[in-house]
Design a protein around this ligand. Structure first.
Ligand SMILES: *Cc1c(COP(=O)(O)O)cnc(C)c1O
Ligand SMILES: *[C@@H]1O[C@H](CO)[C@@H](O)[C@H](O)[C@H]1NC(C)=O
Length: 410
């Protein structure tokens, strides 16, 4: 078996699913994957659905789109993102991709060159490692600090950078930690990148999904200081990950990254990678203009409620600690104290035994770079989340050193 560090999240979750005891006949609850559509309380707005039905039925969008995306789609996304920026993006800054995943692949490929290295957060999102390995770009991990709201350890960033460093990846709001960075912290990151003359790859696939104290601030706000490649998609905010509609955006008003050579390379690269379906692209202007505020408010309300519940339930489980209440996105990292457990040696064994005995799936922290941590996706129906964490609790009690006497006697 491959070690979890070489695997995709889907890969490890598949193995966990396969290890579940079928004869237990308990309802499977997966808090492993970041796909909220698995729970019926997370559903997209009729506005988005009707927009896609309309573009499909119009029969106008059955052909190829330009490889960089439909002009009206690029324009709509540039306007959508510009509302949160101190400058205006143009349509030409926006390239349409098959979800944020393809935007990641574009960013890594465009930055690749002999001996290049790129800085990525630990814990992080494994697609970056997989893409970089494919393009022979060296990965260098910087730490996120659990006791400081998962802020970037900027001292470690300074120490990692050399003349072959091409960029730094910042995921905000954060997966897997559920953090939302303050304006001040983002500014410090931008200053660090500027000092070292590297650019920032800003993964904002969870943009605007912030429900704690810090509002969401896009990294592009500092685009005049340092070039930012902004990556995003409809997947999370509109709860349509299967639509595969994302974007790669040059938030670079000074034109430092956007020289003729890089733009030519980008266009050539888009000529060889097919983007999302044309009728989905065509629906984007209507989706971005017409989605009602109440849809966003409702999603944020459920995420806040379920993350609060998650935080409260974790407090009842002695072997798990959550360093910070989630403030955004859809998951949280919790620390596992294996010394409290009698027959579990690490996070991977914890998750395997939990799947087998309780039909609950959590993601081993090792998969996202942190051994003896566990990632919990709280984007779930509150009742399912509660039941899953109750099962985690009884599982932990059963495997703990200090089992209650009446359990041992029964
Ligand atoms: C979900 C996710 C992606 C991928 O987004 P898609 O639009 O589904 O391809 C990228 N980055 C992070 C951090 C994610 O959580
Ligand atoms: C784990 O729990 C033990 C017993 O309560 C405690 O002494 C130890 O500090 C804990 N370890 C960590 C890493 O929290």
């Amino acid at each position: 078996m491959e070690t979890p560090t070489n695997m995709t999240i889907k890969g490890i979750l598949g193995i966990l699913m396969a290890s579940i005891d079928e004869d237990k006949k308990r309802r499977l609850i997966s808090l492993g994957m970041g796909d909220p559509t698995a729970f019926s309380c997370f559903t997209t707005t009729d506005i988005a659905q009707d927009a896609v039905v309309q573009t499909l039925q119009s029969r106008k969008f059955n052909g190829y789109s330009p490889t960089v995306g439909l002009p009206q789609t690029r324009k709509a996304i540039s306007e959508y993102l510009s509302t949160s920026l101190p400058y205006k993006l143009s349509s030409d800054d926006v390239y349409i991709t098959a979800g944020c995943t393809q935007a990641i692949e574009v960013a890594i490929s465009i930055l690749a060159r002999p001996n290049a290295n790129i800085l990525v957060p630990k814990p992080g999102f494994p697609i970056y490692e997989l893409c970089a390995a494919f393009r022979n770009v060296e990965i260098r991990h910087f730490n996120l600090l659990p006791d400081r709201g998962w802020e970037v350890d900027l001292d470690s960033v300074d120490a990692l950078i050399d003349h072959n460093t091409v960029g730094i990846v910042i995921i905000n709001p954060g997966n897997p930690c559920g953090n939302v960075y303050s304006y001040q912290h983002l500014k410090k990151i931008a200053e660090t990148a500027k000092r070292h003359k590297i650019l920032i790859v800003a993964d904002e696939v969870y943009g605007h999904l912030a429900f704690g104290d810090n509002p969401f601030v896009p990294m592009g706000v500092f685009g005049s200081m340092v070039p930012v490649l902004t990556l995003g998609s409809l997947s999370k905010r509109w709860i349509v990950p299967g639509w595969r509609l994302g974007w790669f955006v040059t938030s670079d008003p000074k034109g430092i990254f956007k020289n003729t050579k890089n733009i030519e390379r980008l266009k050539k690269y888009f000529d060889i990678c097919g983007g999302p379906a044309t009728f989905i692209q065509a629906a984007v202007p209507c989706i971005l203009e017409n989605t009602e505020e109440v849809f966003f408010t409702r999603t944020l309300g459920i995420l806040k409620q379920s993350s609060d519940l998650c935080f409260k339930k974790i407090k009842e489980i002695p072997c798990l600690t959550c360093p910070q209440k989630p403030q955004g996105a859809m998951s949280v990292m919790v620390k596992l104290n294996v010394s409290l457990l009698k027959d579990i040696s690490d996070d991977v064994e914890f998750c395997f035994k939990l799947a087998k005995e309780e039909s609950v799936i959590l993601l081993p922290g090792l998969t996202v770079g942190l051994k003896n941590w566990v990632r919990i996706t709280f984007a779930a129906e509150p009742s399912s989340l509660e039941e899953a964490l109750d099962r985690v609790k009884s599982f932990s009690e059963r495997h703990s050193h200090q089992q209650k006497v009446h359990i041992e006697l029964s």
